[in-house]
Design a protein around this ligand. Structure first.
Ligand code: SF4
Ligand code: SF4
Length: 337
């Protein structure tokens, strides 16, 4: 890993250079308080102070709806081509980079998902530091820093970015305009350390995750699941915005005129009533409390059993988005009490 500094006022030169070499995706403001990733157009459109996009970065490797293959009348299968150019996604915060790392494991478990990986392998990441708001839970989930996944990470200081270059791709990007990158001075290193302490002190939302897997298992039959499920609208928004939700449905879309059928997959949600409905009519989680509880168990326990970590990155999207005001910290606290 190498460290450099980059003057803030010259970030536009760097992004323009990256955009000339790769397809660059950057965060942009969408509504008064909402943000989204878009192909880079010009530097003035890039959001640098945002905290979270509505739709998480998983959209790039695991799109909401994806055409897998088609089958014609003669039963010939044509796998949908993937011809997206190599992309650099700029502005990812540590929680979302952890989210990508979790998806990498999920889509490799029991065999690589070729449709996920053919996109994932054509992407690089420029991370960007952030200051927490009232929804950020990453410190509790131990995802407030990232040491993997990214190629370059920019820590915002007063006049410069402290630039961490982790991979050969990151090095290639620096070499696009090496004159912009300088060795950090002692003063800048001190400022970096101070900024880390300030950020650490700004977390106001803390969730006690001690023995959380044990606790959720022991309280499997707690009445609180039913109480919360009465409040929940089962709209599925918390799942759609989550950077680590990975469930999908597969379906065929036949065209009777041409005799061709297209196989698609689309994001699914464990909050939906028919999510666990199987042939014969049995529904493994038809009840509201069961569905509400399942999401918590899956986020905190299911993946932890397989991979040794929870799948919640503490990004805060679900709490900010929930129209019923259901907050993961509150749910866990009430289960704990
Ligand atoms: S966003 Fe809120 S109301 Fe909608 S399904 Fe999730 S917890 Fe329930
Ligand atoms: S469960 Fe909520 S806070 Fe955790 S990663 Fe998903 S959207 Fe973010």
């Amino acid at each position: 890993m190498l460290f450099f500094t980059l003057e803030k006022k010259r970030l536009n030169e760097f992004l323009n250079a990256v955009n000339r070499r790769y397809r660059l995706i950057t965060p942009e403001q969408k509504g008064s308080t909402t943000y989204t990733f878009r192909p880079y157009s010009e530097f003035s459109n890039v959001a640098l102070e945002f905290l979270r996009t509505i739709i998480p970065p998983r959209q790039f490797f695991f799109p909401p709806v994806e055409r897998l293959f088609s089958v014609d009348k003669e039963c010939r299968i044509t796998v949908s081509p993937e011809d997206e150019p190599f992309s650099i996604i700029f502005g990812l915060h540590p929680c979302d980079l952890h989210g990508i790392e979790i998806l990498d494991r999920a889509f490799s478990y029991g065999g690589r998902d070729s449709f996920y990986w053919r996109r994932r392998e054509k992407a690089g990441f420029i991370g960007l530091s952030c200051m927490p708001d009232k929804y950020c839970l990453c410190k509790s989930m131990h995802t407030d820093f990232i040491e993997s996944v990214y190629d370059i990470f920019l820590y915002t200081l007063d006049d410069v970015y402290m630039v961490s270059v982790r991979t050969a791709l990151g090095d290639d990007m620096v070499r696009l305009c090496p004159e912009l990158f300088k060795e950090p001075s002692k003063k800048e290193i001190l400022e970096y350390k101070e900024r880390i302490k300030i950020r650490d002190s700004m977390f106001t939302r803390i969730m006690d995750t001690t023995n959380l897997a044990d606790l959720l298992t022991l309280e499997y039959k707690n009445d609180l699941w039913e109480q919360y499920s009465k409040r929940c609208l089962f709209c599925g928004s918390c799942v759609m915005v989550c950077p680590t939700c990975q469930c999908f449905d597969i379906y065929d879309s036949p065209d009777l005129l041409t005799g061709t059928s297209i196989r698609l997959r689309r994001w699914d949600s464990c909050m939906r009533k028919d999510y666990a409905l199987v042939t014969g009519g049995h529904n493994f989680r038809g009840g509201r409390p069961e569905r509400f509880r399942f999401r918590y168990l899956h986020k905190e326990i299911g993946f932890a059993d397989m991979h040794g970590r929870a799948t919640c990155t503490g990004c805060g999207r679900c709490s900010e988005t929930c129209p019923a005001g259901i907050d993961m910290v509150e749910v866990v606290r009430s289960i704990r009490e």
